[in-house]
Design a protein around this ligand. Structure first.
Ligand SMILES: [Zn+2]
Length: 342
């Protein structure tokens, strides 16, 4: 593994790992970045906030559990470490009736599929594998790799390819929740990936409608009309907003200890895939998506997320630097590029 020389040319924060190439970032004379200064107050309040959110989730689960006809929760399940662990929490800790939905983007690592089979069997969870045809996804990813189609703020936290893929995942789990009247939609965002403020939230139907319109508008009409079955039909927006489920991502407020997580997952038969990059334990497109983003924007699409984890103390700075400033695995980049015909 080759670590890029970060000290020679690129300035990075002395406390977290953010580089000077992040738009708007500044550094004090100790080399500490403006994001670290901004986060200080929130970090001090984090333990109290986490306790409040755990109580809030206990209360919400008390209200919805066993009330819906089919399931209490639907989980957006990638087969990666964080979503597998979240699934275990919902099932073992909360004893919920859960259905897991996996979006197969045609780049799922075979090891991730194997992990999904083992974990859902072990936890006795119904599983839906949703796989749009390659004719649609291949074109979606090619268009996303070639042009800047999403607004710049979205691309601070994820590559354009990831944004497109996650957009479909979110849409499909929400659509399934609405169709099956499931009250909770769960995601396995790690503590750095999504802020605690959004960790328990009723789906904002108007915002979803607006986001879906932006997504659709990014592509030509003749292309996105072929994807309309993946979006929320208008009829759902016209219903009472009480029909919309709550979004939860419990890892934001549970103690996050990667070693403990890996140990518990091992007991379910989950094994760390050897065939993925340093930031994803399930997707073979990720390395290519990261490289496109790095070349286009000058910073790694995971850097804000990993910097948050370093600041929160759930990842060491050294591990963070290795995850972000290691060159993308060229074999994986070439594999994805070849499959997309780029
Ligand atoms: Zn910093």
């Amino acid at each position: 593994m080759k670590i890029l020389q970060t000290n020679a040319s690129l300035k990075i924060c002395a406390t977290c790992i953010l580089p000077e190439t992040i738009p708007g970032i500044t550094f004090d004379d100790q080399g500490i970045c403006s994001h670290c200064h901004r986060e200080k107050a929130a970090l001090a309040k984090a333990p109290k906030k986490k306790r409040e959110y755990r109580e809030h989730l206990d209360q919400l689960i008390g209200e919805v559990k066993d009330k819906a006809p089919l399931y209490d929760a639907i989980m957006a399940y990638s087969g990666g470490k964080d979503s597998s662990y979240t699934l275990k929490l919902l099932r073992d800790h909360y004893d919920l009736r859960v259905v897991a939905l996996t979006f197969d983007n045609h780049f799922m690592s075979p090891a991730a599929l194997e992990n999904i089979r083992k974990v859902t069997d072990q936890l006795q969870i119904d599983h839906i594998l949703f796989r749009p045809p390659w004719s649609i996804l291949g074109e979606l990813f090619c268009r996303t790799a070639k042009e800047d189609i999403f607004p710049a703020p979205t691309l601070l936290r994820a590559s354009a390819i990831c944004t497109a893929c996650i957009g479909l995942v979110k849409s499909l789990v929400l659509k399934t929740a609405l169709e099956m009247a499931i009250p909770l939609v769960a995601f396995g965002w790690s503590p750095g990936q999504a802020p605690i403020q959004s960790a328990i939230m009723r789906t904002n139907a108007a915002l979803i409608r607006q986001n879906q319109a932006v997504f659709k508008k990014a592509f030509p009409a003749e292309f996105n009309s072929g994807m309309k079955q993946y979006f929320i039909p208008d009829v759902y927006y016209e219903r009472d907003k009480e029909h919309f489920p709550y979004n939860i991502h419990p890892l934001a407020f549970f103690d996050y200890d990667e070693e403990k997580i890996l140990h518990e997952l091992k007991n379910l038969g989950w094994e760390a895939p050897l065939d993925t990059d340093t930031n994803s334990t399930n997707c073979l497109l990720n390395a290519f998506a990261n490289q496109v983003h790095l070349r286009r924007h000058g910073f790694h699409p995971y850097v804000l997320e990993i910097a948050n984890m370093v600041r929160q103390g759930v990842m060491s700075r050294g591990d963070g630097i290795e995850k972000i400033y290691t060159e993308q695995n060229q074999k994986m980049v070439d594999f994805a590029r070849g499959k997309l015909g780029l």
